[in-house]
Design a protein around this ligand. Structure first.
Ligand SMILES: *Cc1c(COP(=O)(O)O)cnc(C)c1O
Length: 507
């Protein structure tokens, strides 16, 4: 088995190892300190040099295969080798989302306060699931801060999660538990009868994690109801009302509608008040998936779209997207946290210590027991580094840049803007292409840009067509990066035409 560390520069520290050090090599205070300092110096240099480098770098197949091998030498390595390994084998090959010219998906760079806090939280190593500790109270506090920013009422509770997908899963499990408990079929033979009739509603533009979460809680595809969206990609409340009524007449049990705040493809915000009204009328739970756009109420320009957000039954937010908290940090916020406890509080004799009814352990609000304190501290540090105004200003920075990008696209006769906004996205296509080659061309253009390493964007399907999609979610992105991106698009299109021997896109 080849040694993973064999290619890596030799270690800096070479103590003769007494036997205990073979278990935890280099765990002596001085060695730990030196390595922490070396790591800190390396991290700050890495981050400052990132924008000048390539957005991404292709990996050799042998390199990838070696990382996948999982080999483990019988003798432990010295601590310094871990840093050497990261520096040589891992850090040069990110997916690109630290770079200011990275515009794919919704993938942020890490906020400095967050990444420092992750290190500190690792040292404390408290679990935020059981046993009272300072980090668990801090997590409760960060949940309240997020709720306040999102416009949810006082008393809102919730939990941090690994991301939006996990928050959506918790939300659907909570909605199901609330719905069946209210009908008196939370358990017993009626549970099976009712569960087999549950139907779930969401816009056709919703994130795939919603249908995945439904599958996880046992609501199969044939009882999912993707509702058509309007011309601005927002869920159509009349279509929702009609679908719910038809299902009710047919003997189904509509239990939950998921609205989306910031749809993944184009950044649209579903009509919250209208969806809440349908949900109230039909006795359904209203979950809002705001993984991208959940904090819109904190931004004056967006606030009108968020009227009524305080009336949703649950809200997903994803601080690792909009706030640049290091991955993975999502959250589920629930105005009446008692519903979370009904869904997730399972007691055990071996888990009691200082817990009170007024302050249940956070493991009783989620599926995790041992939970990392890194999320809470990284989120808290990032929020406090920004301050309330900083949160608003950060999101406004993204909105301003995306609006500028959309303007530049509109002004360019070679491009056509198809959609984008209010969240910071632009979906656009190249004009003057042969219709039967258009989808494939945009896929080739995106790949060419990705491989070029100067900018990075992805494709998405908008109204049945494959188009280019750029999303602004990096606090270091500037207008210069927008120009780099559009320059790369133009160059990739030219190169593609050269490749196919055509100059005007005609057959
Ligand atoms: C990103 C996203 C998710 C999934 O969140 P992860 O943190 O990637 O798990 C869910 N919903 C929406 C609307 C998203 O944008």
């Amino acid at each position: 088995m080849p040694d993973l560390f064999s290619d890596v520069a030799p270690a800096r520290c070479s103590d003769a190892a007494p036997p205990w050090k073979q278990v935890l090599p280099g765990a002596e205070p001085k060695v730990v300190r030196d390595e922490l300092v070396a790591a800190a110096e390396w991290v700050s240099r890495y981050l400052s040099e990132l924008p000048a480098g390539s957005v991404s770098r292709p990996m050799r197949a042998e390199h990838r295969a070696r990382l996948r091998e999982g080999s483990l030498a019988p003798q432990g390595a010295e601590l310094g080798r871990v840093l050497d390994f990261v520096r040589a084998e891992i850090a040069p090959y990110p997916s690109g989302n630290g770079h200011p010219a990275f515009f794919a998906w919704v993938n942020s760079p890490p906020a400095p306060a967050g990444l420092i806090a992750e290190l500190l939280a690792g040292a404390v190593n408290a679990t935020c699931g059981m046993g009272e500790n300072a980090l668990m109270d801090l997590e409760r506090g960060t949940v309240r801060t997020l709720a306040g920013l999102a416009g949810l009422p006082d008393g809102t509770g919730g939990v941090l999660t690994s991301g939006g997908s996990m928050a959506n899963l918790l939300a659907l499990a909570t909605a199901r538990s609330w719905f069946l408990t209210r009908r008196g079929s939370g358990d017993g033979p009626d549970y099976d009868r009712d569960h087999a009739r549950l139907t779930l509603y969401y816009s056709a533009q919703a994130h795939m994690s919603v249908s995945k979460a439904a599958a996880c809680i046992g609501v199969p595809a044939h009882r999912l109801r993707p509702v058509p969206a309007d011309a601005q990609d927002r869920l159509d409340p009349d279509a929702l009302r009609a679908a719910v009524a038809a299902d009710t007449d047919a003997g189904f049990l509509p239990f939950c509608t998921v609205s989306t705040l910031g749809t993944t493809a184009t950044g649209a915000v579903d009509p919250l008040e209208a969806v809440t009204s349908v949900c109230r009328g039909a006795g359904m739970w209203h979950h809002a998936d705001g993984a991208w756009g959940g904090l819109g109420a904190a931004v004056p320009a967006l606030a009108p779209l968020y009227r009524g957000v305080g009336d949703v039954d649950s809200l997903t937010v994803d601080p690792h997207k909009t706030l640049s908290v290091p991955v993975g940090c999502g959250a589920l916020l629930v105005p009446d946290p008692g519903h979370l406890h009904t869904a997730f509080a399972h007691r055990a004799s071996y888990l009691t210590a200082g817990e009170t009814d007024a302050l249940p352990w956070l493991s009783h609000s989620t599926v995790e027991l041992t939970r990392p304190g890194t999320r809470a501290l990284a989120l808290w540090a990032t929020l406090n580094h920004l301050g309330r105004d900083g949160v608003t200003a950060l999101i406004e920075h993204y909105l301003t840049l995306a609006a500028r990008l959309r303007d530049k696209i509109t002004a360019d006769p070679r491009l056509e803007l198809l959609a984008g906004g209010p969240w910071p996205a632009a979906c656009f296509r190249v004009t003057d292409v042969a219709p039967d080659d258009a989808d494939a061309l945009h896929t080739r253009v995106a790949r060419r840009i990705q491989e070029g390493g100067r900018a990075y964007l992805a494709t998405v399907e908008v109204r049945g067509r494959t188009v280019l999609r750029a999303c602004v979610c990096n606090y270091r992105t500037t207008t210069d990066d927008l120009d780099v991106l559009l320059g790369e698009v133009a160059a990739a299109v030219d190169a593609d035409r050269g490749r196919s021997g055509r100059t005007d896109g005609a057959e």
